[in-house]
Write a new protein. Structure first.
Length: 619
């Protein structure tokens, strides 16, 4: 990581000193429009980019003179390029100094040397609670905008004092400018430091002049910080585990290394190891909530809901207004079946952070669980409005409509999509799914094939859904071919192999179907569906005893499968097990009287004069 050359460093310090130490007379407070016009030319949107140009994160940067900008460090880690966009142009930038403890980074963008430095408030000016302030930032990545509030106070965090203010901010605001009533810079917004709705924090502007002196020049540590997020994006659990292990061995008292070790464990599905790493991080850092949140999250993934709730409540005792803690508490309540408490906690999250998508999704899930499809759809519509640039939310909205049986409404949503989304691979995939729900499978197949000709987010799933469409039309060779491609693309996903086995069974390839079904029940011994398919394939292959054993196992896991009781009765009948036929018939009668009547006439009535019939009377 290159440091600023001495002449530029001296010049920058001089620019900052002029602003910080300059004498200013009394000035009248500005209206928001005037404040925005004064500050906006010095603000830039920041985009952290991957090697292929994807936007990984958005923030804001403030011009401080001579092509130099200050922003938060967190958005930069793991990026392959940084793009700054001002009101007049855009350019690439590179980090030249990082004050990691204060989360302030200095960027160099030589192509933007003509961008005017923002005016800083005079050094030593005392800020009072209640003073009017403006937050100017790239909120939600939508471009530079302004909001208004007041200074709430000065808050001590460890050895640092931050400015607390009430002007609304949102994701993307980090690195933005907190201005006084005369539109002079008093702080750099840090979106991570939030503790409730409109309880926001900014680093004092005076810290900007100290970034170089506090620069973390450890190239090895910065290499870890840059590589770890990339490995997480690539889901390379082995490489991330190796990197984090090296980090924790070299820096055993640094929290970040243990946090990445926890994330690597989560990536490989070892939630016990994840919990242990987060607990080590928590022992090193008791002042901030992140390690505690990590512990609670690991407990949730282990379905230890009561323990997770205990950790969340312990954290809330110290930070009552932390939305992330309330979110974990909501999930713990939801996992343990306490739906009312979960809903209350999710709503608390949204009073503190209205942009928290996970809380909106939690409320949507609760609404769907209680069958309130209207509330679920209102929730998805709200999320789409909040995040219009996240197409995956639109797809989940469509999925929710289809699950609720509202295919006509789903079609109406599709018809309103912007052309670029409607014609995308994912847009066509959901059009195909909606056509299938509208009982137009032949058209759905054509559209699904069109979607595969374009880039879809999950081609394996698209091929699997195409296979199901062919299956509906009894076009088994094509169904099998589509499912084989789905398995080739994602062999680790059991559902892909499950549906291949279904098509193989119904297409007459019983030996191969049975091989796959046996593999699935070995991998998923507690999945009723896997045992069900093994039982059905065994029945089709006239392997009666194997079929009975598999069907009994499936029904022991999930007894309310009327269709399976009917098949089991047939298999018992084929094996000559009359008492078991009667027992299974009694179970079926409690689930589906019509199916029980059909089973009775087929397997009991012809051979058992005087047997008890489906209505309980003598036959």
């Amino acid at each position: 990581m290159a440091l600023i050359h001495a002449p530029r460093s001296v010049a920058l310090t001089a620019v900052l000193a002029t602003s910080l130490y300059g004498v200013s007379g009394p000035a009248a407070a500005l209206e928001p429009a005037d404040a925005f016009r004064r500050a906006q030319p010095s603000l830039s949107a920041v985009e952290a980019l991957s090697a292929d140009g994807r936007v990984l994160g958005a923030a804001t940067a403030i011009a401080v003179g001579q092509g130099r900008f200050v922003t938060v460090c967190t958005v930069l880690d793991g990026s392959d390029a940084i793009r700054l966009t001002t009101s007049r142009s855009n350019a690439t930038a590179t980090p030249v100094a990082r004050d990691l403890r204060r989360n302030l980074c200095l960027l160099s963008a030589p192509a933007l040397q003509d961008v005017a430095a923002i005016e800083l408030a005079p050094k030593g000016a005392e800020l009072q609670a209640g003073e009017r302030v403006f937050a100017v930032s790239n909120a939600l990545g939508l471009g530079i905008g302004i909001s208004e509030g007041v200074i709430s106070g000065l808050r001590r965090f460890g050895d640092s004092t931050l400015l607390q203010f009430s002007a609304p901010i949102s994701p993307g605001s980090a690195g933005g400018a907190l201005l006084d009533a005369q539109a002079r810079l008093i702080g750099v917004i840090d979106y991570r430091q939030r503790d409730g709705q409109n309880v926001n924090f900014a680093a004092p502007a005076a810290w900007i002049a100290e970034i170089e002196a506090r620069n973390d020049g450890d190239a090895r540590r910065q290499a870890w910080r840059d590589r770890a997020p990339r490995l997480l994006r690539e889901r390379d659990a082995a490489a991330l585990t190796e990197l984090a292990g090296e980090w924790t061995q070299a820096e055993p008292d640094e929290v970040d290394g243990w946090a990445w070790l926890a994330l690597a464990a989560q990536l490989r599905g070892d939630f016990t190891a994840e919990e242990q790493a987060w607990r080590r991080a928590r022992s090193l850092d008791k002042a901030t909530p992140l390690p505690g949140l990590g512990v609670a999250g690991a407990l949730l993934r282990q379905r230890r809901f009561d323990e997770a709730r205990g950790v969340a409540q312990e954290l809330l005792a110290v930070r009552q207004e932390d939305a992330a803690i309330w979110l974990l508490l909501a999930r713990a309540h939801q996992g343990s079946g306490a739906q009312t408490q979960a809903e209350e906690a999710y709503r608390k999250v949204l009073t503190l952070d209205p942009w928290q998508a996970a809380a909106h999704e939690g409320l949507i899930t609760l609404a769907m669980q209680r069958g309130d499809h209207a509330a679920a759809q209102a929730g998805w519509a709200r999320l789409v409005r909040l995040y219009p640039d996240r197409p995956e939310l639109r797809w989940r909205q469509l999925q929710s409509l289809l699950l609720a049986g509202q295919s006509e409404r789903a079609w109406a949503v599709l018809e309103r999509l912007p052309a670029e989304l409607a014609g995308s691979g994912d847009g066509l995939l959901w059009r195909a799914q909606t056509l299938a729900a509208l009982k137009r499978p032949a058209q759905a197949i054509d559209v699904m094939r069109d979607s595969l000709a374009k880039q879809v987010s999950d081609p394996s799933w698209a091929w699997s859904e195409l296979g199901k469409l062919y299956h509906r039309l009894h076009r088994f060779p094509e169904s099998i071919a589509a499912h084989r491609e789905a398995v080739r693309l994602a062999p680790q996903i059991a559902d892909r192999r499950f549906w291949l086995a279904v098509s193989l069974k119904d297409g007459g390839h019983l030996a191969e179907a049975l091989d796959i079904d046996r593999q699935l029940v070995a991998e998923l011994p507690n999945e009723a569906g896997a045992w069900r398919q093994l039982g059905m394939a065994s029945a089709a292959a006239a392997r009666t005893d194997d079929s009975i054993a598999a069907l009994e196992r499936s029904l022991a896991i999930e007894p309310r499968q009327a269709r399976l009781w009917s098949l089991l009765i047939e298999q018992y009948h084929a094996a000559g097990r009359r008492d078991d036929v009667l027992r299974a018939h009694a179970s079926l009668r409690g689930l589906d009287a019509a199916a029980a009547e059909r089973a009775y006439r087929a397997t009991i009535a012809p051979y058992a004069a005087g047997a008890v019939g489906p209505a309980g009377g003598a036959r």
